[in-house]
Design a protein around this ligand. Structure first.
Ligand code: ZN
Ligand code: ZN
Length: 120
């Protein structure tokens, strides 16, 4: 995935380290590189925003730090459907997902996180 613009840090490199960044496991110098990149690169920033929203949602819903892969997939599917519904009205590239509504079931613990995806 790339926006087509040249960046000092490659999109692929940024996305490879996205989870480390979200988990605050990156050296400060690399964090700066990623932040600069998110400023310049909307596809990566969008992906980052999504992952951050998912992480926060799951943490709030079930109190766990790890995002189970199937749960992430579920949330992403939900976001996709929101986008599809809205695609006739707005430029989907500017949809900002502040949060999503999804049933969360992790390790037998059911929680419910809810909110909306907003389009500016
Ligand atoms: Zn990028
Ligand atoms: Zn880019």
């Amino acid at each position: 995935m790339s926006c087509g613009d040249p960046h000092e840090t490659e999109c692929g490199e940024v996305l490879d380290h996205l989870y480390e960044f979200l988990d605050n496991e990156m050296p400060e110098g690399d964090c700066v590189k990623l932040r600069v990149h998110f400023d310049e690169c909307s596809p990566c920033f969008e992906k980052y925003g999504l992952e951050q929203a998912i992480k926060a949602l799951i943490k709030r819903s079930c109190g766990c730090d790890d995002t189970p892969t199937d749960l992430r997939a579920k949330v992403l599917a939900r976001i996709d459907s929101i986008r599809t519904q809205r695609s006739g009205e707005v430029d989907t590239s500017v949809i900002e997902v502040s949060s999503v509504s999804v049933e969360v079931t992790v390790d037998g613990t059911a929680g419910h996180g809810s909110a909306v995806a907003t389009a500016e």
